[in-house]
Design a protein around this ligand. Structure first.
Ligand code: ISJ
Length: 360
């Protein structure tokens, strides 16, 4: 015999009560952890990215369903966010304004229990964290369609901040109309330059005569529709919701797997989580074979590179710094010997951070 609706709901109520008790018990334990951190360290660090990554990874691995592993991890992301807020309310600066993908990335990484602080430019995010006015910052670093965000890489050259996490976000762009938009009279479409580039083919095919106007962010594009009647905007869900815009067409990005990677920056080093990445800045004296010599130690030790970019060093013309991302933590023996070899060869290395690979 199957259970009646009332009986099923009674069972759900009983479980909810247990879950609630357990969640509060968990929060009490997190609070106790905070006391230990305070006792053991005069300058305690409450947020522990390596521990959070391990917790989320384990949740995904042991999940049996029917709830999907990713969804379960997202639920626990929020639980940890609330527990951490009881230890210490956290301020996270991001490249604003409200409604940008960077804010979405910040919330994906830290959960909703943090105070997210919009700032106008990437270097302002760095400065806010350097000055201690925010605990952490989130900035975009590369897009799978459009490549690196050079401004972020350049800012690292003059900053002492550490990378303590990465966030990957699938980016969906929608064509949006405002409350006064006259759809038969549209002459302009607003968006950030990167977004316009990511939707180039769609725009060529569907709006070839509409002028594309780059603005400072997708959220700014959405905001402009409040008082214009002959324009559309391209932005993501968050900006669309925030400004109450209507979707004319969803998911107009040219590549369906369009993804942006963001970095979390802070002032502290992150211990190993077991599934880590390391980002570094390497400079060497310009000579034939410099780059291939730099890469050799990685090959010899079997350390996998995940990214390599060069940027002008800004100290002399045609001299370059290399941004190298690889798998592993700087304390791993294999990576340690790569770093020693690179330094022994006369290169200068600055480790920008070792941090857990994105779990969500
Ligand atoms: C409870 C801790 O503090 C924070 C909260 C965590 C949690 O709720 O599980 C995990 C890591 C920290 O960011 C801890 O360090 O274990």
């Amino acid at each position: 015999m199957t259970d009646s609706l009332d009986s099923l709901r009674d069972q759900i109520d009983a479980l909810d009560q247990q879950l609630q008790t357990l969640l509060n018990r968990r929060a009490e334990l997190a609070h106790a952890v905070a006391d230990v951190k305070r006792r053991e360290d005069s300058n305690p660090v409450f947020y522990r990215p390596e521990r959070e990554a391990q917790v989320l990874q384990r949740i995904k691995e042991r999940n049996q369903g029917p709830i999907d592993g990713e969804a379960m991890a997202r639920l626990f992301r929020e639980v940890m966010s609330i527990c951490l807020a009881l230890e210490q309310p956290m301020r996270v600066a991001f490249l604003g304004p409200e409604g940008t993908f960077t804010q979405q990335a910040a919330i994906k990484h830290f959960g909703h229990a943090v105070e997210s602080v919009p700032l106008g430019a990437i270097d302002e995010v760095f400065r806010e964290v350097e000055a201690g006015a925010a605990h952490y910052g989130v900035v975009p670093v590369e897009n799978s369609t459009e490549g690196m965000v050079s401004h972020t890489l350049d800012t690292f050259m003059s900053s002492s901040l550490k990378i303590c996490g990465e966030v990957e976000l699938r980016i969906h762009h929608h064509l949006l109309a405002g409350p006064h938009t006259r759809r038969d009279k549209v002459t302009r479409v607003y968006s950030h330059q990167q977004t316009l580039a990511q939707c180039r083919q769609w725009l060529d095919a569907h709006l070839p005569t509409v002028e594309r106007i780059p603005v400072s962010s997708n959220a700014e594009a959405a905001r402009r529709l409040r008082d214009e009647w002959n324009a559309l905007a391209i932005a993501g869900d968050m900006a669309a919701e925030l400004y109450g815009l209507e979707r004319v067409q969803s998911n107009i990005e040219d590549r369906p797997d369009n993804t942006t990677r963001f970095l979390v920056i802070g002032r502290q080093d992150t211990p190993p989580s077991g599934r880590d990445k390391t980002s570094m800045l390497v400079t060497g004296k310009n000579r034939p074979g410099l780059l291939s010599d730099m890469l050799l130690p990685f090959r010899e030790q079997g350390v996998n590179l995940t990214r390599l970019e060069s940027r002008p060093s800004r100290t002399a013309n045609w001299s370059y710094v290399f941004f190298i991302d690889c798998e592993g933590h700087k304390e791993d023996p294999l990576l340690k010997s790569v770093l020693e070899k690179l330094e022994g060869d006369g290169n200068t290395i600055r480790i920008l951070g070792s941090y857990p690979k994105a779990v969500l």
